[in-house]
Design a binder for this molecule. Structure first.
Ligand SMILES: [Zn+2]
Length: 84
């Protein structure tokens, strides 16, 4: 059995952490359930830099390319939100 791993990524300050620990507890801002196909569930949280749209996702069985895709997805959400 593998250890659960989560990606924490903030497009604003560039912080990127992959860990089996739950970081940023109590700092969740909103959840993005994705489109139900390929996109992962992303939990957004308020980063220590103040960005409320940093994103976290389960990457337990996700390879390097999958992680890059999730990061791109978090960046896209961030960009779209700023445009509103
Ligand atoms: Zn940040």
């Amino acid at each position: 059995m593998g250890v659960l791993k989560r990606l924490y990524y903030c497009p604003a300050c560039g912080e990127e952490i992959i860990t089996d620990k739950h970081l940023y507890q109590g700092r969740e801002t909103l959840i993005n359930i994705g489109d139900g196909w390929n996109s992962p569930v992303i939990m957004h949280y308020r980063c220590h830099c103040g960005n409320k749209l940093a994103g976290s996702a389960d990457v337990t069985d996700v390879n390097h390319f999958g992680i890059e895709k999730i990061k791109a997805c978090i960046e896209e959400i961030q960009d779209e939100a700023i445009e509103l």
